[in-house]
Design a protein. Structure first.
Length: 440
């Protein structure tokens, strides 16, 4: 399979060269979301606004007309899709659709075993994600709700309520991606690469049902920080009960050491004029029949049997950094995880880490299109620190073309994936992926 490397490297170089040669704004002008509408439609550059049905008002009916106008719902199309707002502002609903279409070769996922590295090459085209998001507030602007549904998986991903009347003390209940680590909390639509790193599968706690207190402390001051403290069922998406009565406890502390808050989103599309960064630490403890979690729910890491209720006691620690400044972005995580099998009396320790960076070279070389971002990521996972020659590695280069920020972008990445072997050279293979991500 290594014989394919030069061809894909040549393809990657050719695509970069072709995009650099395109006049700035040419593609963005044709494929921006506004061009999806007809010239005479209700939308324009800033969206459209419809305030109920427009009816002719006859003489003598001004009072009725005013009463009807007061009950009209305002409809606006904006960055978060279609937005409906009541005249008094007490109720707001935003509806957004998102599609990810992806081509991969010679495989889409990450190979984790010798047999997977030796598997037959194949081309894959699939709708990776097709989702509907509904969010807004009800009764009061500080009582927010968010719902997300995934059509390919036919599953409800998020349904949460958030009370954020006070910035320093907020409450969230429901099901959502637990605020443990940045890479997982960053939306799949706001990623810098086609997909998250190989670290994600082993260490994410993904979506859980539960309750969490969190808040933003001392904004703009040297101690500017966020805290998160949550308790969850610990059995994954769609599971409303814990299998042994022991809950998942999670805590995270994030220090914005430059006195500016860094949002959960990758790539410096906002072009931070001032350096903005964060350092975070997190920890969790959980006991259940699972050793890993994903959007599908609870599952098992390689080498672990299907568990009995409460069989696996899991502890995790995280260190994380992130930084953005004038088109440059960087983020890094280091994970530690311990799995104690209380039935078989064994303990397994895992470590993993990634570091990634991206830059819009337009700000350094004006002839480079402003929509083009280049990036690189390195990651590794050691699934059992007590065993030699089982470490997996990832080396990924990425090219992003942003038609309309993260809401409409084309991503092309090339990954070198490795698996350590005893008594010989590491297994290695190359993977290429091309993905269009669009929200409307």
């Amino acid at each position: 399979m290594l014989r394919t490397w030069p061809w894909f490297l040549l393809l990657f170089y050719g695509l970069v060269s072709a995009l650099v040669a395109i006049p700035q704004g040419a593609l963005a002008q044709d494929l921006r979301p506004e061009s999806l509408y007809e010239e005479d439609s209700l939308s324009d550059k800033d969206g459209f606004c419809v305030e109920g049905e427009q009816e002719e008002v006859q003489e003598g009916e001004e009072g009725n007309a005013q009463e009807e106008e007061g009950s009209q719902v305002k409809v606006v199309y904006g960055p978060k899709g279609i937005q409906l707002t009541t005249p008094d502002g007490r109720f707001l609903t935003q509806i957004q659709w998102r599609l990810q279409a992806r081509y991969s070769f010679p495989f889409d996922s990450e190979p984790r075993s010798v047999s997977q590295f030796d598997a037959q090459d194949s081309s894959t085209f699939k709708i990776r994600r097709a989702r509907m998001k509904v969010g807004g507030h009800a009764y009061q602007p500080w009582l927010k709700y968010d719902i997300e549904y995934d059509f390919p998986g036919n599953r409800l991903l998020d349904f949460r309520l958030t009370i954020d009347k006070y910035e320093w003390l907020q409450l969230r209940v429901g099901q959502w991606k637990s605020n443990y680590n940045r890479e997982r909390v960053d939306s799949s639509g706001n990623q810098q690469f086609v997909e998250r790193s190989i670290v994600n599968r082993a260490f994410t706690i993904d979506r859980q049902q539960g309750v969490m207190l969190f808040g933003h402390l001392m904004p703009g001051k040297p101690a500017d920080s966020w805290y998160y403290a949550g308790v969850f069922t610990g059995t994954g998406r769609g599971a409303s009960t814990n299998d042994d009565g022991r809950m998942m406890w999670m805590g995270r502390f994030q220090w914005n050491f430059l006195r500016r808050d860094l949002k959960f989103s990758q790539s410096d599309l906002a072009y931070h004029e001032e350096p903005t960064g964060s350092i975070a630490f997190a920890a969790l403890t959980n006991r259940s029949r699972f050793t890993r979690f994903s959007s599908s729910g609870g599952g098992q890491l390689d080498g672990f049997e299907e568990g009995a209720p409460g069989q696996y006691s899991v502890k995790q620690l995280l260190e994380e950094t992130a930084f953005k400044y004038r088109g440059f972005s960087f983020q890094h995580e280091y994970h530690w995880k311990q799995i104690e099998d209380t039935v078989n009396g064994t303990t397994t320790k895992l470590v993993g880490s990634y570091a990634q960076a991206g830059y819009f070279f337009h700000y350094l070389i004006p002839s480079v299109p402003k929509q083009l971002e280049l990036g690189f990521r390195y990651a590794f996972v050691d699934p059992n620190v007590s065993l030699p020659n089982d470490r997996r590695g990832e080396y990924t280069g990425v090219l992003n073309w942003f038609f309309k920020e993260h809401r409409n972008k084309l991503t092309f990445d090339v990954s070198g994936l490795t698996l350590a072997q005893s008594g010989g050279s590491d297994l290695a293979d190359l993977r290429v992926r091309l993905q269009w991500d669009v929200s409307f």
